[in-house]
Design a protein around this ligand. Structure first.
Ligand code: HAX
Length: 443
């Protein structure tokens, strides 16, 4: 069944479940919010319900209920590759169903048909100075594509039945995601390959076409792209990029406006930019020693860094409390295809030593590696050495998740978001009042 019909078949059940929760349990209290949480980045406060993916602190991400190893095992693969078709992953995210080979390939075909980039997008990219960060170009290009929004056009001309909005959002989502490999490859070629243009090839899938367009023809690299794009596609609904795009979309801003906003958040060094920092840090260690250090040398180096309160890129996480399964999946890829790579060996040596040092230091809540601790290492091995570009790879993949969240928000008729902000004085008065009340009660 195609993706639109599959969603349509599931939509009544999901709408009914959501309506029942609000109608029958609207006053059920999910959480209390503390002052510490308000000042601490709203950490741990549930603000969103989304069934696309869920990060269990002790287990890591599940896409539509499936763990990373299950996703890698169950999703259909291309004839020539060993990792899943990204089209199949998108079908799973959008519908909640593991697709058949045919359903996964259908998405790949949809993407091919919709992959053309309008000329003005190239003009926008070319008009920017050469030193512009590729994430800025990526976000700008997505914004430039907003001219093509089906939802924006239909809304302007009067589609006013809220129950129908999702169909236009789905069309915009398919159109935007279809164009991402061409868009990202063009940014890469503009910045690092003298602006050459490479046509996508009709017989390749979404991921391997991207590899082809940036000039990487090794079959292993196409598989790495499939793995990378599957792994980075979503990380539940409340991280910076997902929340930013959801928030913007809640104002009925279309998919392009919302995803551009999400990409601006992803470009922050504490979020998506971490992968470039991580590889830079590993290379710095190799340069410092002139080679991959011995275990005892690295131990001393890391102790000294922590002694100076340095933040180690690629370690720690706001939600996870175990090694990120996305780190593990990429380490397994590297073990299989590039076991002798120096930087990979260094990354694994850090993994061997650092968690126990972080535990001893006693500050960090999660001493284990996140996805960024290794993904740059794999790109570097295959000759994608332009660190600045790594977050674009992440963004290209993450938009699969963002567009799914946004489309499902319209399916479920989620309203505009408007939490409340307080002043410091109001907060102090609330605390004082509570103290007076407790004193009156003799507590
Ligand atoms: N190295 C050293 N110290 C660290 C640390 C690290 N990797 N991670 C956290 N800490 C420290 C914090 O600085 C903080 O110290 P202070 O109390 O002195 O301020 C303390 O440990 C507690 O922090 P936390 O509660 O464990 O971490 P947060 O939830 O605040 O932040 C971060 C989570 C991922 C931002 C953080 O661990 C970090 O900066 N890691 C390095 C950057 C990184 O890898 N980012 C990518 C995250 C994955 C992602 O979202 N990708 O998109």
């Amino acid at each position: 069944m195609n993706v639109k019909d599959r969603i349509r078949s599931k939509l009544p059940e999901w709408r009914e479940r959501t309506a029942r929760l609000v109608h029958d349990h609207g006053s059920f209290k999910v959480a209390d919010v503390t002052v510490e949480q308000i000042f601490g980045g709203i950490r741990g406060v549930p603000i969103q319900v989304s069934d696309i993916s869920y990060v269990d602190p002790m287990e890591g991400i599940r896409f539509r209920g499936y763990s990373i190893p299950e996703v890698l095992k169950l999703l259909p693969r291309p004839e020539t590759g060993q990792y899943p078709l990204v089209g199949g992953l998108y079908y799973l995210l959008m519908t909640g169903e593991v697709p058949t080979q045919e359903e996964a390939e259908d998405i790949e075909v949809e993407w091919k048909v919709r992959s053309n980039l309008p000329d003005h997008v190239f003009q926008v990219l070319k008009a920017m100075p050469r030193y512009t960060h590729p994430m800025t170009l990526f976000s700008q290009a997505i914004l430039a594509l907003q001219t093509e929004s089906i939802f924006a056009r239909r809304y302007y001309y009067g589609i006013h039945n809220k129950a129908d909005y999702w169909e236009a959002f789905l069309q915009d989502s398919l159109n935007l995601t279809a164009k991402l490999p061409v868009l990202a490859a063009n940014i890469y070629n503009l910045k690092y390959r003298d602006g050459i243009y490479v046509n996508p090839e009709p017989n390749r899938d979404w991921a391997s076409n991207f590899a082809h367009m940036i000039g990487k023809e090794e079959p292993d690299y196409a598989d790495l792209c499939r793995l990378f794009f599957v792994l980075h596609s979503d990380h539940e609904g409340a991280n910076v990029s997902a929340h930013a795009s959801h928030l913007v979309g809640s104002a009925l801003a279309d998919v392009y406006l919302s995803c551009s906003a999400g990409m601006n958040g992803l470009a922050g060094p504490l979020h998506g930019l971490a992968n470039q920092e991580c590889l830079r840090w590993l290379l710095k260690i190799r340069e410092h020693f002139g080679r991959v250090p011995r275990r005892d040398e690295l131990q001393v180096y890391l102790e000294s860094a922590l002694g100076k309160n340095e933040i180690i890129p690629g370690y720690g996480h706001a939600v996870l409390r175990v090694t990120d399964p996305r780190f593990t999946a990429q380490a397994e890829f590297a073990q299989r295809f590039m076991p002798e790579d120096e930087i990979f060996r260094l990354a694994m040596l850090v993994f061997d030593i650092l968690p126990s040092l972080l535990i001893q230091q006693g500050k960090v809540k999660n001493p284990y590696p996140n996805v960024d601790a290794i993904n740059g290492t794999l790109q570097y091995h295959y000759g994608v050495k332009e660190f600045d570009f790594y977050t674009v790879l992440f963004g290209l993949s993450r938009i699969l998740g963002l567009t799914t969240h946004i489309t499902w928000s319209r399916i479920l008729g989620k309203p505009i978001e408007r939490p409340k902000s307080l002043t410091t004085k109001i907060l102090e008065e609330m605390i004082d009042r509570e103290a007076v009340n407790l004193a009156k009660e003799g507590k």
